[in-house]
Design a protein around this ligand. Structure first.
Ligand code: CA
Length: 219
C-alpha cells in the first residue's frame, strides 16, 4: 500500500512519516504543492494525505488538478480543528474525507483503512478468501482460523492481490505498492515474497501468470 504524504511542516511531516512507516505503508513525502502536482501526475498511489496550506501551490488547487485528470485515488485532507470552511471546500474539491490537525494517530490510521476499503469497493474490513483472512487493523493473518506469521512485505503483497481477486498484477505493479522512492529494491524481491506466502498459505492461493505477473483467482 503506497501513500503520498503532502506536508510542508518538517516536524509534522517527520512524525507522520514515522507513523505511516510503522504501519508498513510505503510512503513518499513531498513538501510543496507544485511537486505534489507533478508527482501525482506520474506515480500511482493507493491514497494521498494532503495538507491544504502549502507553498507554491495550494492544496485545493492540487486536488482540483488531480480530479480534473480524472484520478480516483482516495484523498484525505488535513485541516485545522476550527477551519470548517476548509473542510467543506476540500470535500467539494474532490477529497473523500478529512482529518483534523493536530492529528490523532489512531483516528488517522482508521480513516486511511476505511478510505482504502471504500475505494476498493469493499464493505468488510477484513479480507477473507479461500480460507485465508487478512485484517488491516491488526495486520494479522489466519489460515483456516489459525494465525499465520507473515513478514510486513509478504503481508503487503498478499493485500494487494486480495484487494483485486482475478486481476493480474505485474512484478512492477507490486513493487510500486511495496517500495517508496528511497527504498532499495532487490530484483527478485517479489518472487521471494510470493514463495514465502505459498509456503505459509498453500501453493494454490497465488497463481503465476507466465510473463504477466501474479493473481489470486476469483472464488
Ligand atoms: Ca501547511
Amino acid at each position: 500500500m503506497r501513500i503520498l504524504l503532502v506536508e510542508d511542516d518538517p516536524m509534522i511531516g517527520e512524525a507522520l512519516l514515522d507513523t505511516l512507516r510503522a504501519e508498513h505503508y510505503a510512503v513518499d513525502w513531498v513538501r510543496d504543492g507544485a511537486v505534489a502536482d507533478t508527482t501525482l501526475a506520474t506515480q500511482a498511489y493507493d491514497l494521498v494525505l494532503l495538507d491544504l496550506g502549502l507553498p507554491r501551490r495550494d492544496g485545493l488547487e492540487v486536488l482540483r488538478a488531480l480530479r480534473a485528470r480524472r484520478s480516483t485515488v482516495p484523498v484525505l485532507v488535513a485541516t485545522a480543528r476550527d477551519a470548517v470552511g476548509d473542510r467543506i471546500a476540500g470535500l467539494d474539491a474532490g477529497a473523500d474525507d478529512y482529518v483534523l490537525k493536530p492529528y490523532d494517530t489512531h483516528e488517522l490510521l482508521a480513516r486511511i483503512r476505511a478510505l482504502v476499503r471504500r475505494s476498493a469497493g469493499r464493505g468488510e474490513p477484513v479480507y477473507s478468501h479461500a480460507g485465508v483472512t487478512l485484517d488491516p487493523a491488526t495486520r494479522g493473518a489466519t489460515l483456516h482460523g489459525e494465525p499465520v506469521r507473515l513478514s510486513a512485505r509478504e503481508w503487503a503483497v498478499l493485500e494487494a492481490l486480495l484487494a483485486r481477486p482475478g486481476t493480474v498484477l505485474s512484478r512492477a505493479q507490486l513493487e510500486d505498492k511495496l517500495y517508496a522512492w528511497k527504498d532499495e529494491v532487490s530484483s527478485n524481491a517479489v518472487e521471494v515474497y510470493v514463495h514465502g506466502l505459498r509456503k505459509k498459505l498453500g501453493a494454490g492461493l497465488i497463481q503465476t501468470v507466465r510473463g504477466l505477473g501474479y493473481v489470486v483467482p476469483r472464488q
